[in-house]
Design a protein around this ligand. Structure first.
Ligand code: ZN
Length: 364
């Protein structure tokens, strides 16, 4: 928005396309606020791109600016940032109000119990995903509907409904908001099962891909390859060229510690590393595509993962430390995570240690 040039970036979870300037602000807020991806210089699963473009073309932006469209808001003095405004502070403040504070999203009349409201919204989402109306679902999600909501009467989740109905773009949107393609309904069946059963084979394949999105992304980051899920290969574990030289006592201890984590803490660590991979890759695209004379560098740098207030301070510190890993150290960590993800997937779960994992042992 606010650019005379074409938007080069998408915010996947907001369903919008944005220009370089806005993207720099979105990136600084973190992926929990906005998941940015370059339209040309990042590979896209075709149906994910289609989902974002459909939302954009159908005016998803108005979801985030709802109250600004109300003539009464003109009286309040609130206004959109304009193209002539400076990125800092004007546009940045507007973008923070819009996406971080959700200041302009439509508010429902206040109810006594927020959890009742969330349940109603989730039930609406559950029935809306069988149609092709993406904006309705994004609006419901923006108001607090839960993508993984398990409908107590129907005995399944919105993703089961979308998969059964062959609503591929709805499935993409739900997955962006955290829906799990491996969740079982009350009959023990997953959304993948229903997509196959309904003859939606491309959707079924895509849902399997989504299930392995985390480890696939880590593998692709290191070696540019992804596993062949269709033929039952779910993990690619790259080798370091000098791996035999790398079994220092420190590296062995770190690996052992990783293996002793509870599944929950291991998943958190893997997600943090995923976010760091995303930061590094997006940085690389950013540097490759910017005309540095037009943007002040200090406004565009994202030196480490921005704080996510939903995480503990220990976890946020750990996430930020990941930026200090050099390429070799980071690759070692990613390979260890891939190996351990595969081991955990194949059963043999270990009873994990309690307490938060720290990255200290990775730093020499
Ligand atoms: Zn813009």
């Amino acid at each position: 928005m606010y650019s005379f040039s074409d938007p080069c970036w998408a915010s996947i979870n907001r369903g919008i396309l944005i220009c370089d300037e806005c993207c720099s602000v979105h990136r600084s807020l973190g992926r929990h606020i906005s998941q940015v991806r370059h339209l040309k210089h990042t590979p896209w699963p075709p149906t994910l791109l289609q989902m974002v473009e459909t939302l954009y073309n159908n005016g998803a932006n108005s979801i985030w600016e709802h109250s600004l469209l109300d003539p009464a808001s003109v009286m309040s003095g609130r206004r959109k940032a304009s193209p002539q405004d400076k990125v800092h502070p004007n546009k940045a403040e507007f973008i923070r109000a819009k996406y971080q504070m959700l200041a302009f999203v439509h508010r429902l009349p206040c109810r006594e119990d927020d959890s009742v409201t969330a349940k109603d919204l989730s039930k609406q989402l559950h029935s809306s995903v069988r149609t092709g109306n993406l904006e309705t679902c994004l609006r419901l999600l923006s108001l607090g509907a839960q993508a993984n909501f398990f409908h107590p009467e129907k005995g399944n989740t919105p993703l089961h409904v979308a998969a059964k109905a062959g609503q591929t773009l709805q499935a993409e949107l739900l997955a962006v908001y955290g829906a799990d393609p491996g969740t079982q309904d009350s009959n023990g069946k997953t959304p993948v099962d229903y997509a196959r059963q309904g003859g939606h084979h491309e959707l079924a394949e895509r849902l399997v891909e989504i299930q392995y999105e985390l480890t696939d992304r880590l593998a692709f980051y290191l070696c540019g390859r992804k596993p062949d899920h269709k033929n039952g290969q779910h993990f690619v574990i790259p080798q370091m060229a000098d791996s035999s030289l790398d079994l220092s006592e420190l590296a062995k201890a770190a690996k052992k510690k990783l293996q002793s984590l509870s599944n929950h803490l291991f998943e958190e660590l893997a997600m943090d590393v995923y976010d760091e991979v995303d930061r590094r890759e997006t940085d690389a695209v950013w540097l490759a595509t910017q005309n540095h004379s037009t943007l002040v560098t200090e406004t565009t740098v994202v030196p480490f993962l921005p704080v996510n207030p939903e995480y503990s301070s220990t976890r946020n510190q750990g996430r930020q430390k990941l930026a200090r890993f050099n390429a070799h150290e980071f690759a070692t960590l990613v390979i260890d995570i891939l190996s351990d993800a595969k081991r955990r997937q194949q059963g043999n779960p270990l009873t994990g240690s309690k307490g938060e994992y720290t990255f200290g042992c990775w730093l020499s």
